[in-house]
Design a protein. Structure first.
Lengths: 180, 235
């Protein structure tokens, strides 16, 4: 299959969600994972060399064509999206869930020292977190985890793509200084 | 909406007890591993009193932290009999560290190339980026506002402090007044909203009006990091 790169590019153009290697492999039938992966890497390199309006990102376990961040202001003139704008409190709650998942509400509130009910509802509505089930302890509290939408929104390949706790640990003091 | 009992809900918008603690630690430039518990506890309780006076609906969480601080303070006063007695402040240090880690993690997340904000896909699922207005980011925190407010109260001359006339203005009326200022000017500094000869009751009403306007996403409050001047912008 010589035109594998073009086929994949056409698939990427049409799809709405990040396309996984497995999905591409199933469509193309013949080529294996490695060939698909190589084709994707080549495409990405081509987009980088061209420095055009878009690039190829690996997000939420798949690949997606996305616009280059430097052109954000122009796109906003075209489609005027509602900004994501999460409050500090919401971001902190989301960060706690992302790093500590699966996690129950009382553990989140223990870290933040404050009630999180309203924020959890909002994060659920925006599909950034989901309910994983109930913990089999008294009261059977709800267990929360982040969603695929979370990975897509924050441009993350997977949860391992989050900065590791060691990295953050050294930043503790810096964060205190930058609090305002 | 009644004008007589006016509660300001602060959860979800403003910060919690941990942020107040960090605010105090930062304000006094103390080491989180060597917190002067007596000082910080005293100040923490003062802030809670302030928030109570202003009818800010302080959540039970603030009281829990207050009791933790008081407990640690009293344990610090007790003579230690055993060598291996650990520093009672450790109970505070670990959660603070954890909280700081999560705060920095949150900052890192916010700094990423956000979908629907910095980068876009070909078929933007616009409904995914719907936001609620309550999640407005305010660059100035509640505690900075209280600090600024305390300064203003200090500048009121004593005899005007006692004098509370019956002719008080409601928070709702005050909001209308402030909006009128904004409509002619677009922005104002925090201090300009408090005239020098104002009575205490009016000063408090003005402050509550500002908090309420933040909650309603009517204003954005920004502090100049160099001059410390707090400025309000009409949205």
């Amino acid at each position: 299959m010589e035109n594998i790169k073009n086929i994949i590019e056409s698939l990427l153009l049409v799809t709405e969600e990040p396309l996984t290697i497995d999905r591409i492999k199933n469509i193309l039938i013949e080529p294996g994972r490695k060939e698909v992966h190589n084709a994707l890497t080549e495409l990405s390199a081509e987009y980088e060399a061209r420095k055009g309006g878009f690039l190829l990102r690996e997000v939420a376990g798949g690949y997606q064509i996305r616009t280059r961040p430097e052109y954000r202001e122009w796109i906003k003139r075209l489609i005027q999206p509602k900004p994501l704008r999460l409050s500090k409190a919401a971001l902190e709650t989301l960060a706690i869930i992302a790093y500590k998942q699966p996690i129950i509400r009382s553990d989140i509130e223990h870290i933040r020292g404050v009630n999180c009910g309203g924020i959890l509802r909002m994060l659920l509505e925006r599909k950034l977190i989901r309910i994983l089930g109930r913990k089999e302890i008294p009261g059977r509290p709800i267990i929360y985890a982040t969603t695929k939408q979370f990975l897509e929104t924050f441009d993350l390949k997977d949860l391992k793509d989050l900065p590791t706790p060691e990295e953050i640990a050294t930043l503790g003091d810096a964060s205190l200084e930058n609090m305002e | 909406m009644q004008a007589d009992i006016y509660n300001v809900q602060i959860d979800d918008i403003f910060e919690g007890p941990m942020d107040l603690l960090l605010h105090l630690i930062k304000k006094h430039e103390v080491d989180i591993y060597d917190i002067p518990i007596a000082l910080i506890t005293k100040q923490y309780l003062e802030y809670i009193e302030w928030m109570k006076i202003m009818n800010i609906d302080i959540a039970g969480d603030f009281i829990v932290m207050a009791s933790t601080l008081t407990k640690i303070k009293s344990r610090m006063l007790l003579p230690s009999h055993e060598e291996e007695d650990e520093d009672p402040r450790l109970e505070l240090v670990k959660p603070i560290e954890e909280y700081l880690r999560m705060k920095s993690a949150a900052e890192k997340l916010a700094a990423r190339t956000l979908l629907g904000e910095d980068t876009f896909v070909r078929n933007p699922r616009l409904e995914d980026h719907l936001m609620d207005h309550e999640a407005e980011i305010i660059p100035v925190g509640l505690f900075e506002l209280i600090d600024a407010f305390q300064k203003i109260l200090e500048n009121i001359s004593p005899h005007e402090r006692v004098n509370i006339t019956a002719d008080t203005i409601s928070v709702r009326d005050k909001i209308v007044q402030i909006v009128e200022i904004f409509e002619t000017r677009g922005s104002t500094t925090f201090n300009e909203l408090f005239p020098k000869d104002a009575e205490q009751s009016e000063v408090i009403v003005t402050f509550l009006a500002i908090l309420e306007m933040v909650k309603l996403s009517l204003v954005r409050i920004i502090q100049n990091t160099r001059t410390g001047i707090i400025r309000l912008f009409y949205l």
